[in-house]
Design a protein around this ligand. Sequence first.
Ligand SMILES: *Cc1c(COP(=O)(O)O)cnc(C)c1O
Length: 467
Amino acid sequence: MRYVSTRGTAPVLDFAAVTLAGLAGDGGLYLPESWPKLDLDTIRGLAGKSYVETAVTVMTPFVGDALTTDELRELCTTAYGRFSHAAVTPLVQLDHDQWLLELFHGPTLAFKDVALQALGLFFEKFLKGRSDRLTVVGATSGDTGSAAIDALAGRDGVDIFMLHPAGRVSDVQRRQMTTVLAPNVYNIAIDGSFDDAQALVKAMFNDPAFSDRFALSAVNSINWARLMAQVVYYFYAAVRLGGPDRPVAFSVPTGNFGDVFAGYVAARMGLPIAKLIVATNVNDILHRALTLGDYSKGQVQQTPTPSMDIQVSSNFERLLFDLGGRDGHALAAQMAGFESTGAMRLTNAQSQGAAGLFVSDRVDLDDMALAMRWAHERAGQIIDPHTAIALAAARRAGGNTPMVTLATAHPAKFRDAVERATGQGSPLPARVGDLFEREERYVSLPGTFDAVTAYIAEHATPAAVRA
Ligand SMILES: *Cc1c(COP(=O)(O)O)cnc(C)c1O
């Protein structure tokens, strides 16, 4: 399988290269050159298969000959063996047709583990035997950072620098990052929002001198391999609810548009999906884009769902590219306009293409809290605030297909918000229970390009020295 950039000029890469590169050199994002299809019999055949076997079937066409089937199976077995539930991503029934897909049984209690546990192992595999090392740089609104750090801590050949917005991630989220004391892990708290942190990371990648000097790589959901790993659970859930012979709908709490884009990929591969609900909080740029064609930045508002407090959704570019006839030069011009003015209109092709599968909804704090109470009182489930945003949207959407809400974080990660809404505490699972006793380590820096790159330059090893 070959991968092309959404902006048309970066080199075409194979799976190993695309995994190590993350962002494309022309500022775009990589996508497979064409969508592989799974026929209906193959999808039916997934019904009795384990999560790992499902992952092998779904990932094989994307991985191409970068790994043998046995290598891929071994890697998935290791990655998903670290999950605390034997089903990896179990389904829980809430009422007649509402379901939760619990994606938070990994080591850091958020759905990002599903992709990053695999990505850490892909990195190790593809770096083995090479003399150069990687410098992974990322920005996190909370969950990506801890999941990436857990996946890369102590691994050979990689340093990881993780930027988080100071004071805007929960205590549990911060401690899950800053209490990992492995020597290759560097946590940076910056003054500013998640969007500021993400813009800094993008600027580093777009600076060829800096990016080449330190062999930068990305683990944000701009990395294709992460999205690929997330496609698996759409298949896993759908076949358990009657798919592919019965379409299933999904409601996804959305920030950077990675998780819900993986659902789009599943649909392009042939999984019958009735609809994908893009559920946003009051930071509703995606809701405006999908309902009005208006993709324009507002001010980020802080909410109890920090992983969705986003005004620029990187992965939306992948959808716009795919729906806009895969014209990299046209998309590069459209994105350049957005980057200079903070606003753009979707083309008719983009709007109409999206309308075939996506619907969107914006959920405010009251409706979020109501959904948490409903889940607790009617179904005995304590859910986290992100999940509650998507559940509120799922319940409003109605319809008579099975509706799966993606449960993206363990409620204990956001226990204050959970307690306010439901009056219920939510203890941390035993395996992370001593988090508040552990030592923390991080630096605080101003949110400027110079401050952050100077810190990285001081602590990372330049590629030339490594070679
Ligand atoms: C990252 C995250 C999201 C948003 O996922 P995207 O892929 O960025 O859309 C939602 N909920 C939680 C708990 C997350 O960590």
